[in-house]
Design a protein around this ligand. Structure first.
Ligand code: HEC
Ligand code: HEC
Length: 539
């Protein structure tokens, strides 16, 4: 992975070409580091200074090529990176930030347009790509995500030019993409531009409406909740204060379900009126925040991740602290019959007696802003199934589940990739979780499968097939810890392996849950493969 900062060093043209050939990308974190210059006139002036030399300003504020495309902030970063490293543009970092902000604000994507590809902006690991017919996956999806395509808007003539850029910049493209099995160039320059222009046109009612509207500010008090796979749920508060136009400081205070508390302050910039991009440090890890502010300004949601290891991170949902009384989440949601356990109830204005329904007894242990910590005892004979939870007069349906045993385990992600690492490129780990389910039972209220949430299981690796047995993949490819995190082996030829091969492997990841001597299992497929040398903001 790229260490932050290295791609900003000055380089010779030759070195720049080499780097460009490796498609390195400047990470977005620097964008959030300075207060915003939301003033569009400054953005326009800076764009004129740095871009108009090649992209003629054919009419005021209209620059050839760059004024007829819309993209996400990360999309603009990628394009401008190419301008610098392939076309020789010399661009100070501050000017780059100003231009990205200006272009993302004036030629961005409406929330409904970026929705489908958000998983890519959020860098979610092991998410299946967008489904987009038969031709786009083979024509484009062999090299990068289709989310990268779906996060842009331009008309057919511009899609056509973009195909020319692909082949002009990567003349061996057809071979690299194993595309000699089809008429790649002919298809890319005849059928596809029109198709893409139809799917993702420059001018849309969504964008016109969004651009014309006024946008909510994220300032104020929030209640936050989320889940860090492998670690668990967390809850807390967030205070957002303005630091100038579209720039904010965000103070976080969260507590994990295991009781551990943690605090951070992030620097945030809001792009396109809703794209929250923050940088912060949590427990000495540099973190990036990619969230979306809802149009009504009442909700913030997305993912945060380790700046150097984007696969490591967590989900986040924040809701305004000053709304009507409500129960927003219960963690853990699964309550085993015949046990007493500690549960966190997150919400607003929670006051009064806590109830999980018949056959249960709840006592409040502690209260904190936005949450209650309660102890819940469930009778051995309590009816299984979903439960409403109430605190005083506030109630919410289907917030908890009473269960006697777990009927099924599902390991997620169902298919995962990890990458060997070491030296300059960090390994790419894979985090697994085992989700429990209750299956329908005739003698109960359970009619459809009910999710119980992540279960505390034991993890094991096994060879996926005969080849994996022969090559002893389990021994070499890596190991899995008690939290379900797989750590791949070191990169490079391994003299201890047959053919001194890399520590790649084809593995099954097996979760097992011991239920009174009976073992319940679930499994997932993990491929451990070679490094990824380039980590652009949108895969
Ligand atoms: C030195 C000349 C040069 C400068 C300066 C320059 N560009 Fe470009 N730009 C190009 C060339 C050449 C292409 C066509 C090839 C390509 O897409 O890489 C291009 C293409 C583009 C495109 C279309 C790419 C696409 O997605 O198909 C955009 C957008 C763009 N430039 C934005 C910018 C911005 C923003 C700036 C100023 C920060 C800038 N350019 C400065 C040379 C330049
Ligand atoms: C051989 C691999 C390959 C294939 C096939 C390919 N791409 Fe790309 N694409 C790339 C690379 C590499 C980049 C990054 C270029 C850069 O910015 O330097 C890229 C970048 C892009 C971008 C973002 C560029 C920007 O400046 O915002 C879009 C959009 C895109 N490709 C669309 C497509 C579409 C549509 C297809 C299929 C018709 C396609 N690509 C097929 C390799 C490929």
């Amino acid at each position: 992975m790229i260490q932050s900062g290295i791609e900003r060093k000055p380089r010779s043209r030759a070195a720049a070409a080499l780097v460009a050939a490796a498609f390195l990308y400047a990470p977005l974190q620097a964008l959030a580091a300075e207060p915003a210059l939301a003033d569009a006139s400054a953005g326009l002036a800076t764009t004129r200074t740095y871009c108009a030399g090649c992209h003629t300003e054919s009419s005021p504020a209209h620059f050839q090529r760059l004024s007829v495309i819309r993209k996400s902030p990360e999309g603009w970063v990628m394009t401008i990176f190419r301008m610098e490293h392939v076309h020789g543009l010399a661009l100070p970092e501050e000017a780059r930030d100003t231009i990205v902000k200006y272009l993302a604000d004036t030629q961005g994507l409406a929330p409904s347009e970026s929705a489908a590809g958000r998983f890519a902006l959020e860098r979610r690991p092991n998410v299946p790509d967008l489904q987009m017919g038969d031709d786009l996956p083979v024509m484009c999806g062999r090299c990068h995500s289709l989310a990268r395509v779906a996060l842009q808007r331009r008309d057919a003539d511009e899609w056509l030019k973009h195909m020319h850029m692909h082949v002009g910049q990567f003349p061996s493209l057809e071979y690299q993409a194993s595309s000699r099995d089809r008429y790649w160039w002919q298809t890319a320059t005849t059928v596809l531009p029109g198709k893409l222009g139809g799917l993702f046109p420059f001018d849309t009612p969504e964008w016109r409406d969004w651009k014309a509207g006024t946008h909510a500010q994220p300032t104020g008090e929030w209640l936050v909740r989320g889940r860090t796979p492998g670690r668990g749920d967390y809850f807390g508060t967030l205070r957002v204060a303005s630091q100038g136009p579209d720039a904010y400081s965000a103070q976080w205070s969260v507590q994990y379900a295991d009781g551990k508390a943690s605090r951070a302050t992030s620097k945030v910039r809001l792009y396109t009126g809703y794209e929250w991009r923050g940088t912060s440090e949590w427990e000495s890890t540099e973190v990036r925040e990619v969230f979306a502010l809802s149009a009504d300004g009442q909700r913030l949601s997305g993912r945060w991740f380790d700046a150097q290891r984007a696969e490591i991170g967590g989900d986040l949902t924040a809701e305004r602290a000053d709304g009507p009384a409500a129960i927003l989440a219960v963690s853990p949601r699964a309550l085993k019959a015949g046990t007493t356990q500690e549960v966190v109830i997150a919400g607003r204005g929670l006051k009064g007696a806590v109830s999980f329904g018949p056959g249960t007894k709840a006592t409040t242990l502690a209260t904190a802003p936005g949450m209650l910590r309660v102890s819940v005892s469930v009778d051995a004979k309590a009816a299984i199934g979903e439960r409403s939870v109430s605190v005083g007069k506030t109630a919410a349906a289907q917030m908890a589940v009473v269960y006697d045993q777990v009927d099924r385990l599902q390991v997620l992600p169902g298919n995962a990739i990890a990458r060997v690492g070491g030296g300059k490129i960090a390994p790419v780990t894979a985090q697994f979780e085992a989700f429990g389910f209750l299956e329908p039972r005739p003698d109960s209220a359970v009619r459809t499968p009910i999710a119980l949430g992540p279960m505390n299981v034991r993890w094991k690796l096994a060879p996926r097939n005969e080849e994996a047995v022969k090559a002893d993949d389990v021994k070499f490819a890596g190991s899995i810890d008690a939290s379900g995190q797989f750590m791949p082996g070191a990169a490079g030829p391994n003299p201890e392996r047959k053919y001194a091969s890399n520590n790649a492997g084809d593995l099954s990841v097996i979760a097992s849950l011991d239920q009174g001597g009976k073992e319940l299992k679930g499994d997932s497929h993990l491929i451990v493969t070679v490094q990824r040398w380039n980590t652009p903001p949108i895969y």
